[in-house]
Design a protein around this ligand. Sequence first.
Ligand code: HEM
Length: 442
Amino acid sequence: MTREKTMRKFPRVKTPDSTLDAVKKGYLFVTEKCRNLKTDIFITRLLGRKTVCMRGNQAAEMFYNTEYFERKKVAPNLVKATLFGHGGVQGLDGAKHRHRKQLFMSLMGRDDIIHLAELTVDKWSEYAEKWENEIDDIILFEEVEKLIFEAVCEWTGISLERNEVNSRAKDVAAMIEGAGSLGKRHWKGRAARTRTEKWVGDIVKKIRADEDHNGESKVLQRFAWHEDLEGNLMDSNTVAVEVINIIRPTVAIARYVTFAAHALHQNPDSRKKIMDEEEYLTNFVQEVRRYYPFFPFVMARAKKTFKWKDYKFRKGLRVLLDLYGTNHHPFIWENPEMFNPDRFKEVVAGTYDLIPQGGGDYDQNHRCAGEWITIKLLKESVRFLAEAIHYNIPPQDLSIDLSRFPAIPKSRFIIKNVRRDKQKTTVDKNLADIVHSEKQIS
Ligand code: HEM
């Protein structure tokens, strides 16, 4: 038998192009196709381009092998124009990527994470006081976006005028919303990105014009003076794109907080367990990240022609790894469609099993730089919701449409009659349970 003959053909979907189907099915597109074709990998066309779609931990491990895949020119313009921006870390490869990524990872030390958590809890207290005097309905999702925005701006070293909080936070939210739409939402997202890049870019220019640039520890300072591998500063727009790569996804944690409020509502017994058991709180947060839909997939393209499991990946072939489908894969997770924080009591999720924020290594791969921040802010926010305030949940539509990206409960989670129980909760300084086991936090 010749070598070619031992190759397997990628299972194919019948329709020549699956774009419309993907838009219709959203988060469930790859899962449904895999189920029908009895496979974890198939080939189709998306936006006219041949794309291999795959799910599962083995596929994830292969996807994060930097010998096989690269990110250059992979993200569609629609995504760059809203979510990522141009020239950011997401599109870099090799040594350039590792060098830029180091800049992000240098912000992920213990003190920095705890500082951001403290600023966030302070904002929760401030906002809860405001909500207590509010007689109208409070849209939790939008309020949490604002409070995290204020906290992360302070952490970053950006000072905000009181009257610009709403509009700037709305712009950041619009960039996230805009990535998943081709219509009005998309154009709002584009305009919001242009305004935000100009705003942050102008601040960067001011920092650079200031000869006496003390305070290097602030995030903004570190980015403004970061040198590339040739010793050159990034242009001010790229600095803005990267600073926004901190602010925007931190604000996006409000989505997880909203999902956590949803989970608390659906599983009322969890509230007490969250207050009593630190381990349960961590498991609850991990289950929120596993169960709820957020980032649906990541994409890359083959750097060279290679063989994996007898499938031939030709150089340039585009590949999509289904994050949501992997987090719900029935071979990895028992009863994946059940919300069950206790599953993490018995199971330690591997590097490629629980991948809502990507997989692999933080320094070498494109795995999310802010995963520890996400878990920490989520833990502190859930603790606040469970033990620092009481609230009523009026009748509303809490359904989550899985064909909408990014997903969110329809009503955006309305609360009312907020009462505070405690003046302020303290931030737990122990980060051991949130840090990736293979990596020590400095
Ligand atoms: C709201 C929760 C978050 C989710 C769902 C999320 C999800 C993701 C995903 C799926 C990726 C892409 C992984 C890949 O391409 O393989 C990513 C990358 C990234 N995330 Fe997050 N993220 C979140 C929060 C954060 C936070 C809080 C920060 C920073 C403070 C952050 C900074 C980044 C950066 C800089 C990258 C690019 C990494 C690279 O290309 O090497 N993210 N994130």
